[in-house]
Write a protein that binds this ligand. Structure first.
Ligand code: SAM
Ligand code: SF4
Ligand code: SF4
Length: 357
């Protein structure tokens, strides 16, 4: 695999880097372990598309734990420092702690353990938190869009109650999976009235609440710009009630802009993928449930690593494939979104539940 010099200012000095056409290193790997979910969030898996007869991937198409771990190990050898398990709903994947145990022992060339995290809707977290922690998971992010049952049930669209997710968050904290982050996707007219109540609820708890601008991922969620609540508005609404001040970014590729409460009761983050795109620092690569490598959330196609693995490719072949794909990466969808001819327009963009958030 061709390895480039470490870019200036890169936090991981000494680690080999694979650099794309815009000078961005490959650093964060998101692995989707299932395309299935028990929720039907309106912004992700709308019921009219993901109905009873929806064809999810057959088991034979899904990467095995050994295949996932092999790809992850090769990626970690070539610059990946963080791995996030996602989906679909990752806790639906049978025996997930077995995979966590395999991934949690991966070390970077500079000898650091990989930073292993998971994003979940929290429904099954209470019963799995201890086992996941024992297997080596470090942190979890839990998605929760409202504290009001009627609003939350309308957003997850399967009538799932808030209390069970809160219970999952508590279990994660007790198991030592902190700091726990909570992701709230804000959709205007659906849950934006809950911005301040959510902030109040989690202030002082140590949980970091992050507000995500509703994105036009995939082609099924009926996204419209007027549904997006800009992060600046989210911050202003909270600041009016719970005064905030900006916190400097922890590392250059951070997706979230941090704010802390002036009274010392913690911090929040805003992820402004629509109004302040951060493609220029995007170091994320994704592997879908069926083993395709995607260099952008808004890609129209992936690169079939599973075919290479099952065709007998060596580790070197797989490393070369990943490197070649990353070297030619030009993605900057979100930065081009407002352009007259947005990138990816007209193509069949992949869905969030398949590629992982
Ligand atoms: N099922 C898990 C969950 O919901 O946390 C993991 C997968 S989910 C696809 C990952 C994250 O993507 C979640 O925090 C979810 O809220 C977010 N997400 C899904 N669709 C989105 C959209 N259209 N815009 C912004 N965020 C979205
Ligand atoms: Fe499921 Fe997560 Fe998508 Fe909601 S956001 S439908 S919980 S995969
Ligand atoms: Fe990264 Fe693509 Fe999102 Fe830009 S649009 S931040 S390149 S995933």
């Amino acid at each position: 695999m061709r390895v480039d010099p470490v870019p200036p200012g890169d936090p991981a000095v000494g680690a080999p880097s694979v650099i794309d056409t815009r000078g961005r290193a490959m650093r964060d790997l998101r692995i989707s372990v299932t395309d299935r979910c028990t929720f039907r969030c309106v912004y992700c898996m709308p019921k009219d598309v993901y109905g009873r007869d929806h064809a999810f991937l057959p088991r034979s198409d899904v990467l095995s734990f050994e295949e996932i771990t092999r790809l992850a190990r090769i990626a970690v050898d070539h610059g990946i420092e963080k791995i996030r398990l996602t989906g679909g709903e990752p806790l639906l994947r049978k025996d997930l702690p077995v995979l966590v145990a395999q991934l949690s022992t991966l070390t970077t060339p500079s000898g650091q353990l990989v930073d292993l995290a998971l994003t979940t809707n929290g429904a099954l977290l209470a019963q799995q938190a201890e086992r996941l922690r024992a297997a080596g998971l470090r942190r979890v992010t839990v998605s929760l869009d409202s504290l009001d049952d009627a609003t939350f049930m309308a957003m997850n669209d399967v009538g799932f109650p808030v209390a069970k997710v809160l219970h999952g968050i508590d279990a994660a904290l007790e198991a030592g999976l902190g700091p726990v982050k909570v992701n709230m996707v804000v959709k205007r007219g659906h849950n934006d009235q809950d911005i301040v109540p959510m902030a109040r609820h989690f202030a002082g708890t140590g949980v970091i609440l992050r507000f995500i601008e509703y994105m036009d991922v995939g082609t099924t969620n009926g996204w419209r710009l007027e549904h997006v609540v800009p992060s600046a508005e989210v911050v202003a609404r909270i600041d009016a009630e719970l005064p905030l001040e900006a916190v400097p970014a922890q590392y250059p590729a951070a997706t979230s802009t941090r704010w802390r409460y002036r009274d010392g009761s913690g911090e929040i983050g805003v992820i402004s993928s629509v109004t302040q795109a951060f493609c220029h620092t995007c170091t994320r690569v994704r592997i879908s449930t069926d083993g395709k490598l995607f260099t952008c959330l808004f890609a129209t196609g992936g690169h079939d690593l599973r075919a290479l693995i099952r065709g007998g490719a060596s580790d070197e072949d797989l490393a070369d494939a990943m490197s070649t794909i990353w070297h030619s990466r030009t993605d900057r969808y979100s930065e081009a979104r407002g352009a007259a001819e947005p990138l990816g327009a007209g193509g069949h963009r992949i869905e969030m539940s398949y590629i992982g958030g």
